[in-house]
Design a protein around this ligand. Structure first.
Ligand code: HEC
Length: 106
């Protein structure tokens, strides 16, 4: 169970089952983004990144072309891109204090 893994203080590399949607920042597109991206890997892999909307767009294309993610287009893509760009924007330089990791211990 997730709680036990956390209690041991270990964070395995790929732990989709250990992540809950409630851990993600709230906002439009959260369900869609979490559902889509955790089909293959932990959301942490996504949350560790910080990009502009354009770069997220490229990442989605890359996931589709390279890794076989469904080719999402139209409003669904907009929803996911908006979510990613809003909650995972380019990180501030280290030390500037602008970035808050949603998975960091509270
Ligand atoms: C069909 C499977 C699949 C889906 C769905 C998927 N990915 Fe991925 N993704 C991968 C694979 C495979 C990797 C490579 C993992 C590795 O580096 O070991 C990856 C890696 C990544 C990385 C890491 C890139 C890096 O530089 O390390 C990011 C960011 C990412 N995915 C974003 C997303 C986002 C955002 C979504 C949801 C919109 C998503 N992925 C959905 C398969 C998928």
């Amino acid at each position: 169970m997730a709680a036990q893994v956390r209690a041991q203080g270990r964070v395995p590399a790929f732990t989709p089952k250990d992540e809950r949607i409630e851990d993600l920042p709230e906002g439009p597109g959260r369900d869609e983004t979490f559902g889509m991206c955790t089909a293959c890997h932990g959301y942490k892999l996504v949350a560790d990144q910080g990009m502009t909307r354009d770069k997220w767009d490229e990442t989605l294309t890359w996931m589709t072309e390279r890794h076989g993610m469904p080719d999402i287009q139209g409003t669904d893509r907009d929803l996911i891109l908006d979510y990613l760009a809003t909650h995972h924007p380019p990180k501030a330089p280290a030390g500037a204090g602008g970035f808050r990791n949603p998975f960091a211990p509270q």
